[in-house]
Write a protein that binds this ligand. Structure first.
Ligand code: CNA
Length: 240
């Protein structure tokens, strides 16, 4: 592991256009469970499978049940950024990291000061009325005592989160592809790379080094120049 981290440090030193592509594993050390680890949400028992609850159809037809799960499991306001978020923000400040592309919806990269963050799956911190489009912040949704949060116009409020069956935002995808295409070092971390189309974006990488950091193996490991099967905190605390 030491040798691998030394290798990563050297790659970071030699690179001036790093892009970080992350998933739920980036925030597990903040206390937010991921989906597919053994203690992730998909391995816990609910009345409905989480994939079903987090779908557009379920939101439209079982809004009350959706919000019950969503408030219990998706409230990132309670959590703080960890060492990985912090180090990435520092690397951006130094001009090394040019973009963070995240599948996370928790807003923790921005909370610690990262600026160029592309949120492929949206954010729990943004919510809009489905009727008049009025904006509501995360606190409004998570602190709301109503079973279904409703706008002053009477419309139902929906999180700006990409649910299953919904498409990704075009501009976010274009920006992400451009960032990945121009990167000389792509660090892919804390993602099982099983959610499409997000995971397909890393195929646009043309740069020198592709690094994969994940506790478990992924199907992309054989494409990488360096694979580190380790917790992210352990790795990033070594990165200056
Ligand atoms: P996933 O499928 O749950 O995979 C997470 C991966 O991270 C797994 O392969 C784990 O082995 C790995 N992992 C977990 N903890 C660590 C760690 N400390 N260090 C290194 N690796 C670790 O999650 P993906 O992001 O791949 O799937 C995409 C979904 C998950 C997106 O739609 C997200 O919106 C969704 N999600 C987001 C959050 C969040 O915003 N924090 C939480 C849970 C799920």
């Amino acid at each position: 592991m030491e040798k691998e981290i030394e290798k990563l440090k050297k790659m970071i030193e030699e690179s001036n256009n790093i892009v970080f592509f992350g998933g739920a594993g980036v925030s597990t050390e903040s206390g937010i469970p991921d989906f597919r680890s053994k203690d992730g949400l998909y391995n816990q028992k609910y009345k409905y499978p989480p994939e079903e609850i987090l779908s557009h159809t379920f939101f439209m037809h079982n809004t009350k049940e959706f919000y019950k799960f969503y408030r219990e499991k998706m409230n990132s306001l309670k959590y703080e950024p960890n060492i990985t978020h912090i180090k990435l923000a520092e690397l951006e400040q130094k001009g090394k990291v040019k973009a963070i592309i995240t599948q996370n919806i928790d807003g923790l990269h921005q909370k610690v000061g990262s600026k160029n963050v592309f949120e492929l799956h949206g954010s729990v911190l943004r919510n809009y009325c489905m009727k008049c489009n009025k904006f509501y912040d995360g606190k409004f949704i998570f602190d709301n005592k109503d079973e279904i949060p409703t706008c002053e116009c009477g419309g139902i409020i929906k999180p700006d989160v990409v649910l299953y069956e919904e498409g990704l935002d075009d501009k976010t995808i274009r920006n992400s592809i451009e960032a990945i295409y121009n990167a000389d070092l792509l660090i892919v971390a804390g993602t099982s790379l099983t959610v499409y189309p997000a995971s397909g974006l890393i195929n646009y990488f043309r740069g020198r080094n592709l690094v994969l950091i994940n506790k478990d193996q992924t199907t992309f490991d054989n494409k990488a120049d360096l694979v580190i099967n380790q917790g992210l905190g352990k790795v990033f605390k070594e990165i200056v």
